[in-house]
Design a binder for this molecule. Structure first.
Ligand code: 13P
Length: 252
């Protein structure tokens, strides 16, 4: 089944130097690709403005942030203001990535504040959920995801649901080379969709976790997988392009 819209979102995490960034875009521009899909990149915060400028000249790639603060301004040294992101024209922000949850101890209640504030500024939000291996093996996958959705999206204003996207990233599949099978991913994606109370059919649900050019097609063939949130493979122009090209083929 062909899709109306497919998103390939590169999460560059804390990678890429200026030289690597310019190399990436030189290679991307050489490839002259017909971008039908949405191609988004979230670089390190210090590179957002630079990427916005480069992306503006090369067209078609939208730039976002990997995280933001639960406050707009004030004495929060080192934080990233959602108001500031909106102010410089950033299109989207990733919230609740498993590395934020596990390494920095971000809880659902904090993430909920970030989600609501970012949405209130018109930013698109990619809210991440996912279970650990231990949770999967003890049969808790669905309850963990449900809890992350219930608490993280609490009090979501119905009129802002159109700017919300979900990324299902099983923690055990991130950076491990061990991707969930398309069937495993689809099962959770369908569950997530069934739990959304507004805009359920329209909400974009991305899969993330060791997505590569050689497994993207089987993932995108599934009804409830609307794109991918990609770490490692998004750092190389060749792979990112191959992912975008598969995504474009998966579209009507
Ligand atoms: P990998 O694609 O490197 O597994 O990372 C996934 C991820 O964390 C994207 O947000």
């Amino acid at each position: 089944m062909k899709k109306r819209e497919v998103h390939i979102v590169g999460n560059w995490k804390m990678n890429q130097t200026l030289v690597e960034i310019s190399q990436f875009f030189i290679e991307m521009s050489k490839m002259k690709m017909e971008l039908k899909c949405k191609a988004w990149i979230a670089p390190q915060a210090i590179h957002i403005s630079i990427l916005k400028e480069i992306a503006f000249t090369t067209g078609s790639i939208q730039i976002g942030a990997q995280n933001c603060c639960e406050h707009d301004s004030g004495a929060y040294t080192g934080e990233i203001s959602p108001l500031g992101l909106a102010d410089i024209g950033v299109e989207f922000v990733i919230i609740g990535h498993s590395e934020r949850r596990t390494i920095y101890g971000e809880q659902n209640s904090l993430l909920n504040k970030k989600v609501l504030l970012a949405l209130s500024h018109g930013l698109k939000v990619i809210y991440c959920v996912g279970e650990t291996l231990e949770e999967r093996e003890s049969g808790q996958t669905f309850s963990i995801i449900e809890n992350q959705l219930d608490l993280g999206l609490k009090n979501l204003p119905a009129e802002q649901a159109k700017n919300l996207m979900i990324a299902y990233e099983p923690v055990w599949a991130i950076g491990t080379g061990k991707t969930a099978t398309a069937e495993q991913a689809e099962e959770v994606h369908a569950f997530i969709r069934s739990k959304l109370t507004t805009q359920a059919e329209q909400t974009i649900i991305l899969y993330g976790g060791s997505v590569k050019p050689d497994n993207i097609d089987s993932l995108l063939a599934k009804e409830n997988i609307d794109g991918a949130l990609v770490g490692g493979a998004s750092l190389k122009a060749q792979d990112f392009r191959a992912l975008c090209s598969s995504a474009s083929t998966a579209m009507m």
